[in-house]
Design a protein. Structure first.
Length: 171
């Protein structure tokens, strides 16, 4: 009997992100990812499995970020979300961003901006002003293998996005 694919297995089990992190990461990457997930859970921002080694983090029905993992077990996901083996990223499209982000967060997002690859219905991406800077055909931001300093900025970003969602919901 053939073993089910990782996709089919995860569709059935919808694994906790912590289980995949513990199984697929080593050293600092494991610790940073686990610390970030602990922060999310402590703030009632529970990652929800959405696809093979991918989780969404929602707030009041709005997506804050997605987390994707390509573990050290590279044969499990050969395409791996464009990540190297043993890597992960936090990212999302450009929705629910308030205009009042501080300059440090703006620069952090700008340097993490990725071009549209026309892979989804948002193609051809976003062109125009994003937080005071012009972009052509961008799709999302992606922070790969964030270190502890990057994660502090992501946490601050999530807080800003929650405030923006709360303000938009009260209108």
């Amino acid at each position: 009997m053939q073993k089910p694919s990782l996709s089919k297995e995860q569709l059935k089990t919808r694994p906790k992100i912590e289980d995949v992190i513990n199984e697929q990461f080593e050293s600092d990457r494991r610790q940073n990812a686990m610390d970030f997930v602990a922060y999310l859970r402590a703030n009632k921002l529970n990652p929800v499995w959405t696809a093979t080694n991918a989780w969404w983090v929602n707030y009041k029905g709005k997506r804050l970020v997605s987390i994707r993992v390509r573990g050290i077990n590279t044969h499990a996901i050969p395409w791996g979300y464009g990540l190297d083996p043993g890597s992960w990223h936090i990212g999302h499209w450009y929705f629910n961003f308030p205009d009042n982000l501080n300059d440090e967060l703006k620069h952090f997002l700008w340097k993490s901006t990725k071009p549209c690859k026309q892979c989804m219905s948002c193609a051809p991406g976003f062109s125009g002003d994003f937080l005071g800077k012009q972009f052509e055909a961008i799709c999302y931001f992606k922070i790969e293998n964030p270190n502890s300093e990057d994660l502090e900025l992501v946490k601050e970003l999530l807080e800003y996005k929650q405030i923006s969602i709360n303000e938009n919901n009260s209108k």
